[in-house]
Design a protein around this ligand. Structure first.
Ligand SMILES: Nc1nc2c(ncn2[C@@H]2O[C@H](COP(=O)(O)OP(=O)(O)OP(=O)(O)O)[C@@H](O)[C@H]2O)c(=O)[nH]1
Ligand SMILES: [Mg+2]
Length: 294
């Protein structure tokens, strides 16, 4: 019997949702960083094996939104807990935050869908701490399964897959097996550039940027990308460019290197940085950047 189904990954920011989806798919479909609120879109990753297809959905971390982009992120993440077969609710074992957990539990508990609680980052805590945590979550009597894993170390991922499959029923192959993600290449390019900026900049700068590809030219040997980076303020634009353009050069170089590895082609990127006050609250710009309620 061939099984298939849609499975959503939800949780607070930074708990490891994108790390886990990348491990499931075996390829980077969603960018990862040590900062919260890295993922801003709903991203589908397609897992295939001989007798099963699972469409995993990575979602933005559910958080207290302070602007329109935050609101859109939360709405899209919450909507992904409907019309799926299974919900994976991820928590970070190394950073307990029961109040925030409860906020998300309240949103998913009436869904009548199977909820698998995934306790991630168990590599970062002791066995005793893990046991206490599992007992805590067990006491909710709300989760169909509780599975401890380390997405980073790939610990217990195969078991988690088996558990997920046990909740899926017979179904069709929704996507061709060659497809790993539902997003176009332009999304991957823009997200890779954003990922490098998240790593290289500090404080509010990572949150203040938006990236989109203005043009892409692809030949047999080379991909040429012109990207725009929006910042909230002129001063942030200065930070992204850096002294003598050093920061921008660094961002460009490491993004090119990453994409070269991913696509097996030479990649040339040119980035234009533009300050646009309050773009995170500007519906038109948000849409242009690919952020809208789905
Ligand atoms: N120690 C440890 N760190 C992990 C594990 N899984 C993820 N991380 C780290 O946690 C951080 C956040 O990971 P992400 O996958 O970006 O988290 P996310 O839930 O997608 O975050 P948002 O997109 O902001 O909602 C990164 O620094 C990861 O390397 C794990 O199993 N163990
Ligand atoms: Mg993420």
């Amino acid at each position: 019997m061939f099984k298939s189904g849609f499975v959503s990954l939800v949780g607070r920011p930074n708990v490891g949702k994108s790390t886990l989806i990348n491990q499931f798919i075996g390829k980077k479909v969603s960018i990862v960083s040590y900062r919260p609120q890295t993922t801003r879109n709903v991203i589908r990753g397609i897992y295939n094996d001989d007798d099963c297809q699972i469409i995993f959905t990575d979602t933005p971390g559910i958080h207290k939104s302070e602007d329109l982009l935050g609101e859109i992120m939360n709405t899209n993440a919450t909507n992904e807990t409907k019309n799926v077969e299974v919900i994976l609710f991820l928590v970070d074992a190394s950073k307990k935050n029961f109040a925030s957990d409860q906020y998300i539990i309240d949103k998913i508990k009436d869904s009548k869908l199977p909820i698998i609680l995934v306790v991630n980052k168990i590599d970062a805590i002791s066995k005793k701490e893990l046991l206490d945590l599992l007992l805590h979550y067990e006491s909710f009597q709300l989760f169909n399964e509780i599975v401890p894993i380390s997405a980073l170390k790939k610990d217990n991922i195969d078991h988690l897959l088996e558990v997920i499959k046990s909740y899926l029923s017979e179904g069709p192959q929704y996507y061709p097996i060659t497809m790993v993600s539902d997003h176009p290449q332009s999304f991957t390019f823009a997200e890779t550039i954003r990922e490098k900026i998240l790593f290289l900049t500090q404080e509010e700068v990572p949150y203040s940027i938006g990236v989109y590809c203005e043009s892409i030219k692809e030949t047999e040997k080379r991909i040429t990308i012109h990207a725009i980076v929006l910042t909230n303020r002129e001063s942030q634009k200065g930070i992204i460019i850096g002294e003598n353009g050093n920061m921008l050069r660094k961002i460009t170089q490491i993004a090119e290197k990453d994409l070269k590895m991913q696509f097996n082609k030479n990649v040339r990127i040119s980035i234009y940085v533009k300050a646009y006050k309050n773009w995170r609250n500007n519906l038109r710009l948000l849409k242009m950047l690919g952020y809208s309620v789905e």
